[in-house]
Structure formats: structure tokens, C-alpha cells
Design a protein around this ligand. Structure first.
Ligand SMILES: [Zn+2]
Length: 228
């Protein structure tokens, strides 16, 4: 699978174009909040064969431009099922973040995905793991080499858990589950640089509790929620 990164919008969110090399079928992961992603993909030569849109979660910087993409690519769009309640707040999230000019109509969701389900992109199978905490339904899509984690995990950090509908206790558990996936997976985060699960498990200051639980040597880390 080919992975291309597009960092877009005022939140510098990482969005992704995945292409199954056997068939040329492409998927967009997350949207940004403005028209940049659409313009940048349309400027590619040839224009990719976009067959689906995958959302990691429903914050405005990740899902706010969904209608702009769907105007051009009316393709199946997948949202984590547990993020539906947050998705419903998208039209007013701009106001919630102090930027009412970003308030937009909501896009169309064709499939709600649950933990353990898969998505077929050409000959590539993407698995979905639900990692709630940053949002009620935040989740990650992955194959044998790459994982797209949205705002669950960053290089050296984790997603915020102080937003409305965030839940630190769920995040504590989600990070345990996420770091049981193979360490070689390249982590493509919603903001900032790529990393790997092994690198974060060994060094991320927010994962000290997991290192202690598993007897992994590394920095002690910080307490950021009960149980950590
Ligand atoms: Zn977010």
C-alpha cells in the first residue's frame, strides 16, 4: 500500500491518501477543515481513483471538510460507530473552538464501523481498532505495515482528553490495547511526524504505566490519569 501525507488547514492536520498498488484504488483518511485536501488531490496527475473516505474521528479538523470532498467524490464514507454523537455536533464545532466561520453542514456517513471489522481497499485489507478516549469513538485503521491513529497517539505524546466527550479512563485502556499491536507498525498520527508503536512504547512519557505493567525498560513517564 502506498501512503501519501497531506498536512492541511489551520490546525495542520495530517490527512492521508492510501493507494492499493495492485488495483490503483485509493482511500482518503480524514479531511481537514477546508478545501486544501480536495485541491491538492485534484492537482495530482493522474488524479487518484478515490473509492472511499475513512474518518478516524469527528473533530472539525479531521472531518470538517467532508462535504467538500463528497461534492467531488461521492464515495462510501466510513465513521467509527461510537463517534456518531460527536459527528452530530460538527455543524457547531467551529463555535465550540471559537471559530464560528468554520461551522459547516454535516457530510454523509454510509457505514459505521466497529472494533475488529475490516475495510477492503482493492486487494488491501484494512483492520479497524476502536481506541476511544480522545473522542467517544476515535479509532485506527491498519494493515501489516501502517497504522492511521488520528489523535490517539503522537510521537512523544497522546491526544487530549480534556475536550467535551473525551474520557481519560477510556484513553488509558485504549493505549494498552493499541500498544499490543505489532511494534513495527508505522504510526501515522493526526498531527506531527510519523513514529512506530515500538518507539512510542519504549519512550513516550504518557506510556510509562504500560512499560511498568509489562516490565519494559524505559523512562518512568508521567501520571496523566488515574491508573497511569
Ligand atoms: Zn481530535
Amino acid at each position: 500500500m502506498r501512503v501519501q501525507r497531506f498536512t492541511v488547514g489551520i490546525f495542520s492536520v495530517n490527512t492521508w491518501l492510501l493507494t492499493d498498488e495492485a488495483t490503483g484504488a485509493s482511500a482518503i483518511v480524514d479531511t481537514g477543515e477546508d478545501s486544501s485536501l480536495r485541491e491538492r488531490i485534484l492537482a495530482m496527475d493522474p488524479v487518484p481513483d478515490v473509492q472511499m473516505i475513512l474518518l478516524t474521528h469527528s473533530h472539525i479538523d479531521h472531518a470538517g471538510a467532508l462535504t467538500m470532498l463528497q461534492e467531488r467524490w461521492s464515495v462510501p464514507t466510513i465513521l467509527p460507530r461510537l463517534d456518531r454523537p460527536l459527528f452530530a455536533t460538527l455543524p457547531m464545532q467551529g463555535s465550540m473552538f471559537g471559530m464560528p466561520h468554520l461551522n459547516r453542514p454535516i457530510g454523509r456517513i454510509d457505514r459505521e464501523i466497529d472494533d475488529g471489522e475490516t475495510v477492503q481497499l482493492g486487494e488491501t485489507t484494512l483492520r479497524f481498532i476502536s481506541t476511544p478516549g480522545h473522542t467517544p469513538g476515535q479509532g485506527c485503521y491498519y494493515d501489516d505495515e501502517h497504522i492511521f491513529v488520528g489523535d490517539t497517539l503522537f510521537a512523544g505524546s497522546i491526544g487530549r482528553t480534556d475536550f467535551p466527550m473525551s474520557d481519560p479512563a477510556l484513553m488509558v485502556d485504549s493505549l494498552r490495547r493499541l500498544t499490543k499491536l505489532p511494534g513495527h507498525l508505522v504510526v501515522h498520527s493526526g498531527h506531527g511526524p510519523d513514529t512506530t508503536l515500538a518507539e512510542e512504547l519504549g519512550t513516550n512519557p504518557f506510556l510509562g504505566y504500560i512499560r511498568r505493567e509489562r516490565g519494559i525498560t524505559g523512562p518512568g513517564g508521567m501520571r496523566w490519569a488515574p491508573g497511569t
